[in-house]
Ligand binder design. Sequence first.
Ligand code: ATP
Ligand code: MG
Length: 587
Amino acid sequence: MSTESAAAKPAATPETDAPRDFIRQIIREDLANGKHAAIRTRFPPEPNGYLHIGHAKAICLDFGIAREFAGWCNLRLDDTNPGKEDPEFVEGIKDDVRWLGYEWHDLRHASDYFEVLYCAAIKLIEDGNAYVDDLNPEEMREYRGTLTEPGRNSPHRDRSVEENLALFRRMRAGEFADGSKTLRAKIDMAAGNMNLRDPAIYRIRKVTHQNTGDAWPIYPMYDYAHCLSDALEGITHSLCTLEFEDHRPLYDWFVDKVDLPNHPELWQHMRDAGFRTEPAKPRQIEFSRLNLSYMITSKRKLAQLVNEGLVDGWDDPRMNTLRGLRRRGFTPGGIRLLIERLGVSKQNSVIDYAILENCVREDLDAAAPRRMAVIDPLKLVITNLPEGHEESLTFANHPKDESFGSRKVPFARELWIEREDFAEVPPKGFHRLKPDGEVRLRGVGIVKCEKLIKATDGSVAELHCTLDLESRSGMPGADRKVKGTIHWVSAKHAVAADIRLYDRLFNVPTPDDENDGKTWLEHINPDAKRIVRGWLEPSAAEASPEQRYQFERLGYFVADRLDHLPQSPVFNRAVTLRDTWTTKQNA
Ligand code: ATP
Ligand code: MG
């Protein structure tokens, strides 16, 4: 629970190492002024899809800030839209939040508060702040005016409190047809901010709700339910993205007019039923969305990719859902690092995808043990070792961190090396193996290429090399320098594996931009997934699912969560060791 993590850090972080963003600044001031005794936040996803990388920013802020200031954060599923929630998505969201390293204080649903919201609506009517309207949605739109023209009052706006109460109770009793009546806030049809032109509070929808069944024929609107849910849970800082900035006056209007802290009669029944509610007056603060180049951050479009079979599901490693990134081998630490580095502001921008990759590399460089694997094999035979020669070599698991320990790697006369580590006609500056050239075999010694064996199609089938025995570890020539070092695996010990090589799902930085006359779907990169047959040193095959390794010189890989088995290994490449995309694009 958040209380444990909360204990880890004192409430007031020293100014010196305090993060400088404006939200933390506001919170620090609120604490200093005694405005709040504790910080309470919430993360409010709509469970109509899996979370994506953009949500990670909101999660890191909502949960991260609560933790930093020794408060707590609720996970609240926004299920005001009946029929949209899927239990699969609810479980997925919970799992993803935990994967990112956070734990909620309470798990709530907006629908937990339907009764409170209903009672609050009655209060609004009694106070003359809401009315039942008979205009249909189309008429309502017409009366609403435009950005340049004020709206007009509905002919039903001046109904008496008694009439409104009677009609609203009948709406609740299910007496009217869908869309035939609406409960609206009575604010100002001429307001410059369109959100204040008597927005809807309740609409009639006779749809079975996943959590409340058929108990309600009316459902509250998001703008109404969200702010009051915040107030009811005692949320102090309600962090959301910039598109809600124009909704803030409405947020405050509902919070003030309903005034939950001073009206316990509206929520006492919840407390009686065991809910730990301590209503407060929340403050909404907006920040800019996280947008990444070469990615789509819209649940609707991600759902379309899944539903049209353009990817292999929500957790396809090409997807920028948290599930997908996880399956790809990205780390929660790398994602948190990205969010921390980018900071928080009100400036909308598109972040280069390469920055995310770099954060993941940085995290994995420190955290991933090293192994050897060959993904495009070429046979190398060491002719001066006897047939059947076998050794067990000791390799450190991490070049910079001894605590990773070491492992045994079998070595034998026949090896697999990477095909691209040999060039029959080497380009200028090629420091790997070439005819009559020398190269160091990682952890073994220096080999010289004496002979090429060709296949009937003219391609190189095999290299015959000699090993300079004097260059082996512990021998006088062990320090002899050659320019290149290459990795290898013992052919007879290696375990065959499916290696899935992933690239960016879109081949343009802003797939959403339709100015080029193409739809976003036309920018899908057909080469974003490639499966090859590779060879692993035996200890890599033994990995448990989700174990991440650096395969030396190839990149960071993860044993697939679902498909990997030691006897038939499946590894996904998370990232290459360096940013090859940028160089490729500039070539
Ligand atoms: P989408 O536009 O993908 O459907 P959404 O905003 O409708 O996303 P919600 O489930 O309502 O998705 O989002 C939950 C929370 O996550 C909200 O507070 C929202 O502001 C935040 N959020 C969503 N997308 C991003 C993003 N790209 N960057 C930062 N926060 C985001
Ligand atoms: Mg939303």
